[in-house]
Design a binder for this molecule. Structure first.
Ligand code: ATP
Ligand code: MG
Length: 573
């Protein structure tokens, strides 16, 4: 099996012109004013401490999208300044995910750890300029001295160490002479600053941990605020786009760059992060789901990770389209997950072939159909795209239909199969239920006996009689067995992040396994990752991990029910 997400025909609904947003407006004005000589350089800077999620996809689409719109560049930078939590698996998954989403950093893959020497030099430069000092207060005291929103902080007793002493201590920190927490390097700014971030923030701390790239070379590591702005400046970034929680850090970002001789001074612009209903988008919590076994891994099809959506059958086009539709703003909001489902449905509707499959099989015997007869019924592969052609489906005396499509005591307006009732088999004949066979012990329906009308081949009758229900089926002797996995939201709460303990609102029914599904024979040689529609049931794909030619495993990506359009109609838009 190949592992590509193969499809019959690739098409996207992305226009060359994408809608505007406030960041595009800022950049367009900067170009107009010839700021940075009209150059545009962005970056996507994930920390390799987990897999990327759909929120990161928003940032990826934004940063790479802006570079594309303005003929600029976008770097991929692994922000790996926190050893212990970071590793190579994450580094690889990030690159893999960004590529799969359809973006290309060309030869601009960078690691913050590549700048450790340079960052150390910048720190020395700050110390020499009297703008940084080694503080020996313990972490609790540092916190205590910081003050509050309403009270100014207190200066550290170590604040006025001489430059020589600071240099010696900082070099000693680097040489491993001290224990973790014994000293930190802090910027010397203003302990009374209204913005708490500016109250002598830490720039370097001692951390005796193995780094996945630099090994044991370093025992001090730069803080995010120090490493980030200087990495941006080093790479010649013009527009450093980040989420709103860094708004207060912007002042420090610029302060650091203003003290140092840097090649470029980027502009920081904040936007609202993506929040999605029924979904957790916090790496810390996603790690907990994985480590505590609530899901089978980072790429579990219920996970909101890019790897999870990919395995679930989402296409890169549909995720990009979603990111386009949600737009970019400075106001926090929660996006309805129905919109994401709408986007994948919309794309798969265009590109996915239709098939017949029965996921909860009930046997039907057509008692007046000849024993050894097999007919080939012509079926349309995709009504949205005639170029995808037709195929033949075998019809025979014994079929499977969906258990749900039969009801022994049907309510009013039940138009599917019931005793004495007639129904249309998709691409087949009209059949009428004449007998119901039951297990004598359990009274469960085990088999339905029907008659067919030979005049109704193809789905209509010469006498024009009305048959309301059309159901799908698979010829029993020709069918292929498969395990089908159906998914629901991983959380029962619309805002699982608001639950006191988010694991308490995990949906116990988020995965239903149907081990005895029957597929039409055209699906015999499906590829790993291939996607299709099962008529009336939804869009599905072949699982890329658990499926083998001997044991097909198929994930439902999304049902056919469009709850998004309903929501929009209700809102009157
Ligand atoms: P998390 O909060 O999930 O742990 P993070 O912000 O720590 O995420 P990073 O690896 O630092 O994760 O994120 C890389 C980039 O992606 C950052 O620029 C960050 O602002 C952005 N990003 C992270 N989460 C979201 C989100 N939900 N919506 C939009 N952008 C996001
Ligand atoms: Mg972060």
């Amino acid at each position: 099996m190949s592992t590509d997400n193969s499809m019959k025909k690739s098409s996207t609904n992305e226009n060359a012109e994408t809608p505007s947003n406030f960041i595009k407006t800022i950049i367009a004005e900067d170009i107009e004013a010839n700021k940075n000589n009209g150059r545009v350089a962005t970056r996507f800077p994930p920390e390799p401490n987990g897999y990327l999620h759909i929120g990161h996809a928003k940032s990826i689409c934004l940063n790479f999208g802006l570079a594309k719109t303005f003929n600029g560049t976008c770097n991929l930078r692994l922000d790996d300044t926190n050893p212990g939590k970071e590793n190579e698996e994450y580094v690889e998954s990030i690159q893999d995910n960004v590529k799969w989403l359809g973006f290309d950093w060309e030869n601009r893959l960078y690691f913050a750890s590549d700048y450790f020497d340079k960052l150390y030099e910048y720190a020395l430069e700050l110390i020499r300029a009297g703008k940084a000092y080694v503080c020996s207060l313990n972490p609790d005291k540092i916190r205590e001295y910081r003050g509050t929103l309403t009270e100014p902080g207190k200066e550290s007793p170590y604040r006025n160490r001489s430059i020589e002493e600071n240099l010696e201590l900082f070099e000693g920190m680097r040489a491993g002479k001290f224990k973790e927490g014994e000293h930190v390097l802090r910027a010397k700014i203003d302990m009374a600053a209204p913005n708490i971030v500016m109250r002598d923030p830490a720039l370097y701390r001692i951390k005796k941990e193995h780094h996945h790239r630099t090994g044991d070379q370093w025992v001090i590591y730069p803080m995010y605020d120090f490493a980030h702005c200087l990495s941006d400046a080093t790479e010649g970034i013009t527009h450093s786009i980040c989420t709103l929680e860094f708004e207060n850090n912007r002042e420090l970002y610029h302060w650091i760059l203003n003290q140092l001789d840097v090649p470029c001074h980027p502009q920081q612009i904040e936007f609202a992060r993506l929040n999605l209903s029924y979904t957790i988008l916090s790496k810390r919590k996603l790690i907990q789901l994985v480590n505590d076994g609530h899901v089978t891994g980072w790429d579990d099809p219920r996970m909101p990770t890019i790897s999870g959506f990919r395995r679930r059958g989402y296409t890169p086009e549909s995720i990009r389209q979603f990111c386009e539709r949600i737009g970019v703003a400075r106001r926090d909001s929660v996006v309805d997950i129905a919109l994401l489902e709408y986007c994948v449905r919309e794309h798969l509707n265009k590109v996915a072939s239709r098939y017949l499959a029965v996921i909860r099989p009930l046997k039907v015997v057509i008692i007046n159909y000849p024993e050894n007869e097999i007919e080939q019924m012509e079926a349309i592969n995709n009504p949205e795209d005639p170029s995808m052609g037709t195929r033949l489906i075998p019809f025979s005396r014994e079929l499977y239909i969906e258990k749900d499509d039969f009801c022994e005591n049907p309510p009013k307006k039940y138009f599917r199969l019931a005793p004495g009732k007639e129904v249309r088999l998709r691409y087949g004949y009209y059949i009428t239920c004449v007998d119901v066979i039951k297990d004598p012990d359990t009274q469960d329906v085990t088999e339905i006996h029907c008659t067919y009308d030979p005049e109704t081949r193809g789905g209509s009758s010469p006498d024009g009689r009305k048959v309301k229900g059309t159901i799908h089926w698979v010829s029993s002797q020709h069918s292929i067995n498969a395990e089908v996995r159906l998914y629901e939201h991983l959380f029962t709460s619309e805002r699982p992040g608001d639950c006191e303990n988010f694991t308490d609102c995990i949906n116990p029914n988020s995965c239903e396994i149907l081990p005895e599904a029957k597929l039409e024979p055209a699906l015999k040689n499906v590829n790993s990752g291939e996607y299709f529609q099962f008529e009336r049931l939804g869009y599905f794909c072949v699982d890329t991990k658990d499926s083998t030619p001997e044991h097909l495993v198929i994930n439902r990506t999304v049902t056919l029910r469009d709850s998004w359009s309903k929501i929009m109609k209700k809102k009157g838009s």
